[in-house]
Design a protein around this ligand. Structure first.
Ligand SMILES: [Zn+2]
Length: 137
Protein backbone atom coordinates (compact mmCIF):
# COMPACT_ATOMS: atom_id res chain seq x y z
CA UNK A 1 0.00 0.00 0.00
CA UNK A 2 2.83 2.34 0.87
CA UNK A 3 4.35 1.66 -2.53
CA UNK A 4 1.07 2.45 -4.28
CA UNK A 5 0.80 5.70 -2.34
CA UNK A 6 4.30 6.72 -3.41
CA UNK A 7 3.54 5.99 -7.03
CA UNK A 8 0.37 8.06 -7.02
CA UNK A 9 1.95 11.02 -5.22
CA UNK A 10 4.69 10.90 -7.83
CA UNK A 11 2.16 11.38 -10.60
CA UNK A 12 0.81 14.59 -9.07
CA UNK A 13 4.32 16.01 -8.75
CA UNK A 14 5.34 18.21 -11.66
CA UNK A 15 7.85 16.43 -13.85
CA UNK A 16 11.26 17.87 -13.16
CA UNK A 17 14.46 17.47 -15.10
CA UNK A 18 15.17 14.80 -17.68
CA UNK A 19 12.67 16.31 -20.09
CA UNK A 20 13.37 15.06 -23.58
CA UNK A 21 15.76 17.49 -25.13
CA UNK A 22 14.80 18.93 -28.48
CA UNK A 23 17.47 17.81 -30.90
CA UNK A 24 19.66 20.65 -32.05
CA UNK A 25 21.16 20.76 -35.49
CA UNK A 26 24.51 19.00 -35.14
CA UNK A 27 27.65 21.00 -35.72
CA UNK A 28 30.70 20.08 -37.72
CA UNK A 29 34.07 19.94 -35.91
CA UNK A 30 34.72 23.47 -37.17
CA UNK A 31 31.64 24.68 -35.27
CA UNK A 32 29.42 25.30 -38.28
CA UNK A 33 26.03 23.69 -38.57
CA UNK A 34 26.01 20.41 -40.46
CA UNK A 35 24.94 20.98 -44.06
CA UNK A 36 21.54 19.88 -45.34
CA UNK A 37 21.90 16.67 -47.27
CA UNK A 38 19.82 14.99 -49.91
CA UNK A 39 18.95 11.87 -47.92
CA UNK A 40 20.20 10.69 -44.55
CA UNK A 41 22.69 13.13 -43.05
CA UNK A 42 23.88 14.31 -39.64
CA UNK A 43 20.81 16.51 -39.14
CA UNK A 44 18.42 13.65 -39.83
CA UNK A 45 20.37 11.32 -37.53
CA UNK A 46 20.19 13.89 -34.72
CA UNK A 47 16.43 14.20 -35.19
CA UNK A 48 15.97 10.42 -35.21
CA UNK A 49 18.00 10.21 -31.99
CA UNK A 50 15.82 12.93 -30.44
CA UNK A 51 12.65 11.14 -31.52
CA UNK A 52 13.87 7.86 -30.05
CA UNK A 53 14.64 9.65 -26.78
CA UNK A 54 11.03 10.88 -26.56
CA UNK A 55 9.73 7.32 -27.01
CA UNK A 56 12.32 6.00 -24.52
CA UNK A 57 11.28 8.65 -22.00
CA UNK A 58 7.81 7.03 -21.87
CA UNK A 59 9.13 3.46 -21.89
CA UNK A 60 8.26 0.77 -19.37
CA UNK A 61 11.96 0.17 -18.61
CA UNK A 62 12.49 3.83 -17.66
CA UNK A 63 9.33 3.81 -15.55
CA UNK A 64 10.51 0.68 -13.71
CA UNK A 65 13.85 2.35 -13.04
CA UNK A 66 12.10 5.46 -11.65
CA UNK A 67 9.98 3.23 -9.39
CA UNK A 68 13.07 1.34 -8.23
CA UNK A 69 14.82 4.61 -7.30
CA UNK A 70 11.86 6.30 -5.59
CA UNK A 71 11.53 6.06 -1.81
CA UNK A 72 8.29 5.88 0.20
CA UNK A 73 8.10 9.68 0.38
CA UNK A 74 8.38 10.11 -3.38
CA UNK A 75 11.99 11.25 -3.41
CA UNK A 76 14.53 9.90 -5.84
CA UNK A 77 17.45 7.95 -4.40
CA UNK A 78 20.71 8.17 -6.34
CA UNK A 79 22.13 4.73 -7.13
CA UNK A 80 25.71 6.06 -7.08
CA UNK A 81 25.92 8.19 -3.90
CA UNK A 82 22.63 7.00 -2.31
CA UNK A 83 21.64 10.61 -1.64
CA UNK A 84 18.01 11.71 -1.90
CA UNK A 85 17.07 14.05 -4.69
CA UNK A 86 13.84 15.63 -5.98
CA UNK A 87 15.29 15.59 -9.51
CA UNK A 88 16.22 12.02 -10.38
CA UNK A 89 18.02 11.57 -13.71
CA UNK A 90 17.64 8.23 -15.47
CA UNK A 91 20.76 7.27 -17.36
CA UNK A 92 21.98 4.27 -19.33
CA UNK A 93 24.65 2.33 -17.44
CA UNK A 94 26.43 1.81 -20.77
CA UNK A 95 26.15 4.91 -22.97
CA UNK A 96 23.91 4.48 -26.03
CA UNK A 97 26.71 5.46 -28.40
CA UNK A 98 26.51 5.54 -32.18
CA UNK A 99 23.68 4.90 -34.60
CA UNK A 100 24.48 1.23 -35.31
CA UNK A 101 22.30 -0.80 -32.90
CA UNK A 102 21.12 2.38 -31.15
CA UNK A 103 17.51 1.24 -30.70
CA UNK A 104 18.53 -2.02 -28.98
CA UNK A 105 20.94 -0.21 -26.66
CA UNK A 106 18.54 2.64 -25.87
CA UNK A 107 15.62 0.29 -25.14
CA UNK A 108 17.58 -2.02 -22.85
CA UNK A 109 15.83 -3.60 -19.81
CA UNK A 110 15.53 -1.48 -16.67
CA UNK A 111 18.57 -3.31 -15.24
CA UNK A 112 20.63 -1.42 -17.83
CA UNK A 113 19.39 1.91 -16.46
CA UNK A 114 20.32 3.76 -13.32
CA UNK A 115 18.80 6.62 -11.38
CA UNK A 116 21.25 9.39 -10.49
CA UNK A 117 21.18 12.71 -8.68
CA UNK A 118 22.11 15.69 -10.88
CA UNK A 119 25.66 15.81 -9.42
CA UNK A 120 26.43 12.13 -10.12
CA UNK A 121 24.72 12.39 -13.53
CA UNK A 122 26.92 15.33 -14.49
CA UNK A 123 30.06 13.49 -13.36
CA UNK A 124 29.08 10.36 -15.30
CA UNK A 125 28.28 12.38 -18.43
CA UNK A 126 31.56 14.29 -18.17
CA UNK A 127 33.54 11.06 -17.80
CA UNK A 128 31.73 9.49 -20.77
CA UNK A 129 32.38 12.52 -22.98
CA UNK A 130 36.05 12.55 -21.96
CA UNK A 131 36.36 8.84 -22.78
CA UNK A 132 34.72 9.48 -26.16
CA UNK A 133 37.20 12.29 -26.91
CA UNK A 134 40.13 10.08 -25.89
CA UNK A 135 38.84 7.28 -28.13
CA UNK A 136 38.62 9.63 -31.11
CA UNK A 137 42.25 10.71 -30.75
ZN1 LIG B 1 24.42 10.90 -6.55
Amino acid sequence: MALRKAASSQKTRPTKGEAPETPKAPKTPSGRKAPHTDGLGARELAKIRGGLRVVWHRSRARKLCVERCTDAEGYGVCEACFGRTPTLKIDHVVPCGGVEGLIERMFCPSSGLMGLCPTCHNEKTKAERKALREAKK
